[in-house]
Ligand binder design. Structure first.
Ligand code: GLN
Length: 190
């Protein structure tokens, strides 16, 4: 198995380290031809507007969409989750390119300025009893999920922060910044 990590902008190196520690080979994806070498793809956190524009500039947007629609598993963390969402409630710039692969609505920067970043012990029943140390950095939340989307985690106030739809996985937080590799292992099993 070879896992692609979209490496246009953002926290891609941390995902790579996590996967290497799991003994998985990876490819940093910057060119359309590299999509041929990978079995699945992680879209990292960063700035969704920047990553979206670069996806277009590097002519990755359409081929990536096609691979994903043909069944390639894709996991978006934070900004990556925003790019996976079919709708973006707030802060969507006019003409902002996005993949729109998952039937969810994402709200950018949902936690406001005063809560720029925080860590939260998050209950994720699918990963077992032990709470997940979720690191949120100017994080989005999920405002709506479609009928085929499974909610994997909610904060105590009911905000949805992780979801899965078939071979697509979305987390509003950054598992690659922790020592807990359970989300990475879950993604490898999709
Ligand atoms: N706030 C960023 C965005 O809207 C996401 C932040 C992140 O990925 N840590 O794209």
């Amino acid at each position: 198995m070879n896992v692609g990590i979209l490496a246009l902008q953002g926290a891609f190196a941390e995902h790579e380290t996590m996967l290497h520690n799991l003994g998985v080979t990876t490819t940093q994806v910057r060119l359309p031809a590299q999509l041929e070498q990978i079995d699945r793809l992680i879209i990292p956190g960063g700035e969704s507007t920047a990553i979206g524009k670069l996806l277009e500039t590097y002519q990755l947007l359409e081929p990536l969409k096609a691979r994903a629609q043909a069944g390639m598993p894709v996991w978006g963390t934070c900004a990556g989750m925003i790019l996976l969402a079919r709708e973006i409630t707030e802060g969507r710039r006019e003409g902002q390119p996005a993949l729109g692969l998952m039937d969810i609505t994402a709200r950018r920067n949902a936690f406001g300025r005063q809560l720029d970043s925080f860590e939260q012990a998050l209950s994720v029943p699918m990963l077992g009893e032990e709470p997940f140390p979720a690191v949120f950095i100017r994080a989005p939340q999920i405002d709506r999920v479609g009928p085929d989307v499974e909610i994997l985690a909610e904060l105590e106030d009911g905000r949805i922060v992780a979801a899965r739809q078939g071979h697509f996985l979305a987390t509003a937080f950054h598992p690659e910044l922790t020592r807990d590799d359970r989300f990475h292992r879950l993604f490898l099993e999709l």
